[in-house]
Design a binder for this molecule. Sequence first.
Ligand code: ARG
Length: 451
Amino acid sequence: MTSHRDYTVSIHYDRRLYRQDIAGSTAHARMLARQKIISAQDAEQIVQGLEQVRQEIESEQFPWDAALEDLHMNIESRLHQIIGAAAGRLHTGRSRNDQVALDMRLYTREAIRDAVKGLRGVQEALVGLAERHAGVVMPGYTHLQRAQPVLAAHHFLAYFQMFQRDAERFHDCYRRADVLPLGSGALAGVPYPTDRVFLAQELGFSAITANSMDAVSDRDFLVEYQAAAALAMMHLSRLAEELVLWSSREFGFIRLADEYTTGSSIMPQKRNPDFAELARGKTGRVYGHLMGLLTVLKGLPLTYNRDLQEDKEGFFDTVDTLLATLGVFQGMLSGMTLDTERVMSLAGESAMLATDLADYLVGKGVPFRQAHGVMRELCRHCEAQGKELAGLTLEEYRRFSPHFDEGVYGITAQSSVAARDNPGGTAPQQVAQEVRRARQLLEAASNSHGF
Ligand code: ARG
């Protein structure tokens, strides 16, 4: 049976903030002693007691009690049992409102570092794929119709760019999470000579909040994290969709490693891309948590309201889902094989060179619009005759335009990609340069711990 009291309990999910909570309390106790608000002996006892609490939690000996509702009350109550009366001085000049805001900011900073690390891992796998497939040409698509040949590396690096922007968004959100709210009290500040700058230094924050009312009610940094996570999941989901398509018999572009596929219980021939599919599916819950939090926040008057306790479960699930998905993709991309023969042969299909043939006519002085019209007629002719562009005689070509000469037979998938030799294009030397840039970027990031 559940009691109505269970409704307010958060201990089953906020206990994951225990390291942040203990770090915050330790810094707070030290600051109180430094400012002579409590005695050095009391602070020492508190710090040691908190250390014991940490060990009890980590060795699963801690007596969690749902009747105490949340993590903060559980820890404070246990501290009382361990060190006695001195425990009652820890909460001087502090409220659970600035305490929980601090815990969430500390947690978010770590979650951001982990997200960036995970993104770097996926980028690493993509650059690896680009490097291993230098020179491989494949069909590029628009509307999921074969459009123009592209380098496979160019396709992989497109995703590198998306994840680069994601990493930048997480960096950006770090700046705003990295501000200390402790010292705001319940809402109005505290009537003790605290030293918030010392606290910020102890806890590694770059700044302190400027307004106590804002500090206890602000959860923007969680929204920003979740927005960045939603975008990253959207990119992962698009990539997942391509992996699903590409691993089908119909495309036959890639083979996923066995560990990233599962068999069917009744159809022995199947190799289902379940990991990619689940990544695509899990994107939904991450979007949902973003919307959930925005909705929790939208009607709240200043300052702290208990609604804010609802910021946690969705956020934690977003962090877990994103990090797990990034880990899966790093492995899945590193272990997949591209059927280079198949993609190269499809890329060589001459219909995809129609634009290049139009450009060839432009080179002979034909206005582009007119050249495009000529090629449209030619493509229709091929379709009606069941022929490939490459299989037409020069005489047939000339029926559509007198500007065609032997040169048309020199137009291939290779010449097509090579011609797109300006920054951002798919020419081998442009892409090789982008691969080098991507490598440099990853090296610079790893020298600064992904940051
Ligand atoms: N469990 C609460 C939360 O997550 C902690 C803060 C409670 N503060 C209060 N005044 N009841 O928001």
